[in-house]
Design a protein around this ligand. Structure first.
Ligand SMILES: C[S@@+](CC[C@H](N)C(=O)[O-])C[C@H]1O[C@@H](n2cnc3c(N)ncnc32)[C@H](O)[C@@H]1O
Length: 238
């Protein structure tokens, strides 16, 4: 099983729901204030943010590179596909990428990826996403977590080294009553970007940074996230 699909399999046991909804509320209010008619959610996962935007009358489309995430999203009624953003041909009034998606993109691909995001946004449309701060990576995300369920055991070990968070996930699943377990393991890498680094790439591509919102997701001390609100400049302005 690929690491992204492994994450998709264990996501429901992570107990992040309240925090993630707090993030969705802030991103959602920002999106709604821009009054888009259509929205693409990049790295849509299991489709929860699309669902919330659907309920607010926006026509949504989700994409994710994990077929497992899309399978779950589609089973909940989300209009979603397992395709790379570079292969999306339609354009939307707003693009979003919620809950760490941008941090999944490696340094040598981030500019291309953000350009692909730019290409799916209509002129004067918005791209709104969150990233983890250095404080979030270093002080909040690192650590170990073990989850014991009736027929599963999940072990997570996250280490932040040289600007990359390595999250090792191991899942043991009981196959039968004779206590035979299958083991799946994989590592998710998340890359730390500074606001200046991303702002400079986004501006060069053709976005105007309208706002960067400081956000507390898991911590009450320093900000562990930032939310970028970017507007696509019309071609003549670039
Ligand atoms: C932490 S999850 C967040 C999912 C969802 N946005 C949410 O709010 O729950 C990160 C998601 O990014 C997806 N992802 C990672 N790299 C991606 C890429 N290059 N293109 C699209 N999705 C990607 C993963 O499969 C995963 O579903």
């Amino acid at each position: 099983m690929q690491a992204l699909d492994l994450y998709a399999t264990i996501e429901e046991y992570l107990d992040f729901e309240d925090e993630v909804h707090h993030l969705y509320r802030t991103i959602g209010h920002t999106v709604l204030s821009k009054d888009p008619k259509t929205l693409i959610d990049i790295g849509c996962g299991q489709g929860e943010f699309c669902h919330i935007m659907d309920l607010n009358g926006i026509k949504t489309f989700g994409v994710d590179l994990s077929s497992k995430q899309i399978e779950i999203a589609a089973s909940k009624g989300t209009n979603a596909k397992c395709i790379d953003i570079k292969d999306v041909k339609e354009t939307f009034d707003c693009a979003t990428a919620t809950f760490d998606v941008i941090n999944y993109i490696p340094q040598d691909y981030i500019k291309t990826f953000l350009k692909n995001c730019y290409d799916v946004v209509n002129n004067q449309g918005y791209f709104i996403f969150d990233i983890n701060s250095l404080y979030g990576f270093d002080n909040v995300a690192q650590g170990t977590l073990n989850i014991e369920l009736e027929d599963k055991f999940i072990a997570i070990d996250a280490n932040f080294e040289e600007n990359i968070l390595y999250t090792d996930i191991t899942l043991f699943t009981q196959e039968d009553k004779e206590n035979k377990y299958t083991k799946h393991s994989g590592t998710i890498e998340q890359f730390c970007y500074t606001n200046d680094e991303l702002s400079s790439i986004l501006t060069e591509i053709g976005f105007e940074i309208e706002n960067i919102i400081n956000f507390n997701l898991h911590s009450n001390d320093e900000f562990d996230k930032y939310i970028f609100v970017c507007k696509k400049r019309i071609k003549n302005d670039i």
